[in-house]
Design a binder for this molecule. Structure first.
Ligand code: GLU
Length: 377
């Protein structure tokens, strides 16, 4: 097993590290300076070794609350937004100070769901991050909590860090938390709970039990960590969950030691466009297709034509991202449509040669071209 891990980790060149609020602060809300210093030192050392390191750091709201002398984190959104604005600056000041002790420059990048949702913003964010890496700067990322309203929030940095790893095409994501990794049962209630060193597939049971454990099991919850693992595995990125309290945790992971739980990615890396379709953007509506079209899309790599469409759900414009559902109601693909929902309602079930007659114009034969399609695996 150790050899296996070492092999996988030998090639890691671009690394995303995510640290949660529970890692950065004590339970009384004050900063755990010892631990932050240690992690910064480890990341600085990896950077000096020639690795590209990106940090996704939570803690803005927690640090803000502490700054304002609050005993508990408030529940209303405007208060949390205000605290994030206060805490983010304080957090960056600390990182700036610590990384600069090792002569390294950091950059603050605050992202929102919208930056992933729109293709052009997604590409802009990618370019900005890649430029920072080229300048040998360490990007420090958080969600822009102060402006992100509830409906468009990630709400958790686990998901954000997996999307960031996809955005920059990282080789590995390390999620540091206050748990040792994923167990086969809840370690708090079951003495026999065993830490899983390696996960090849996320089972429905794992997901169900991560729900139950909720936030008493891990601060961000195991549920969001499994969601992050799903994204990484599908994108071809290795992910590890480990306990930030372990000595030299990052260095030991990179050295291939059996620390935490490793989620084994699929063999092939996803293309950037596929990743964006699969995880970046939100779906605007659904197209239902017949059995023949479902097979053509999933097995034969074909485009989606109007003739195989049996129904539409939702309203969307040309150029929107929509999900494609099989007759059983399963989402089998996602893609960018050439026609609006209204237009597709008119041409559904009809031959491509009839489109011009029905709509009065025809720019495309396909409703979704296969180059703009991602098939769910
Ligand atoms: N963005 C939030 C913060 O900085 C943290 C989200 C999370 O804990 O995952 O406070």
């Amino acid at each position: 097993m150790g050899v296996n891990r070492r092999k996988r980790l030998e090639t890691v060149q671009r690394l995303v590290v995510k640290v949660g609020t529970s890692t950065l602060t004590y339970s009384n809300g004050k900063l755990n300076l010892y631990r932050i210093e240690r992690l910064v030192r480890e990341m600085a050392d990896l950077h000096n070794r020639g690795m590209e390191v990106i940090l996704v750091s939570s803690g803005a709201i927690g640090v803000g609350a502490n700054r304002m002398g609050l005993k508990k984190i408030p529940t209303t959104i405007p208060e949390k937004q205000a605290l994030a604005a206060i805490g983010q600056g304080a957090l960056m000041q600390l990182y700036e100070k610590l990384f600069s002790e090792y002569n390294l420059t950091v950059a603050q990048v605050l992202l929102t769901r919208g930056d992933f949702d729109e293709r052009i913003r997604y590409l802009n964010a990618t370019n900005a991050l890649l430029s920072l890496l080229k300048m040998e700067v360490i990007p420090i990322i958080n969600e822009n909590d102060t402006v992100a309203v509830e409906e468009i929030r990630f709400g958790d940095n686990d998901t954000l860090s997996a999307l960031v790893a996809g955005l920059v095409d990282a080789d590995m994501l390390i999620i540091l938390s206050d748990v040792d990794g994923l167990y086969d049962a809840d370690p708090r209630s079951s003495e026999n709970a065993r830490l899983l060193s390696r996960v090849e597939e996320i089972t429905p049971e794992m997901e169900a039990s991560s729900h139950n454990r909720g936030s008493s099991f891990a601060s961000g919850g195991m549920y969001t960590k499994l969601k992050a693992a799903r994204i990484c595995m599908a994108s071809g990125i290795t992910m590890i969950i480990a306990n930030s309290a372990e000595d030299n945790v990052i260095r030991r992971i990179i050295a291939g030691e059996e620390v935490g739980t490793l989620f084994v990615p699929r063999g092939v890396k996803m293309h950037a466009r596929e990743k964006w379709l699969a995880f970046g953007t939100l779906v605007q509506g659904y197209i239902e297709v017949d059995e023949g079209a479902a097979t053509a899309l999933t097995k034969k790599g074909r485009s989606l034509l109007a003739s195989g469409i049996t129904g539409i759900a939702g309203e969307f414009e040309r150029g929107s991202v929509v999900g494609v559902k099989s007759p059983k109601g399963q989402e089998i693909a996602r893609g960018i449509v050439h026609y609006s929902a209204g237009e597709i309602r008119l041409i559904a079930g009809r031959k491509s040669s009839e489109i011009e007659h029905i709509l009065g114009e025809k720019d495309y034969d396909e409703v979704i071209h296969r180059n703009n399609l991602w098939v769910v695996r």
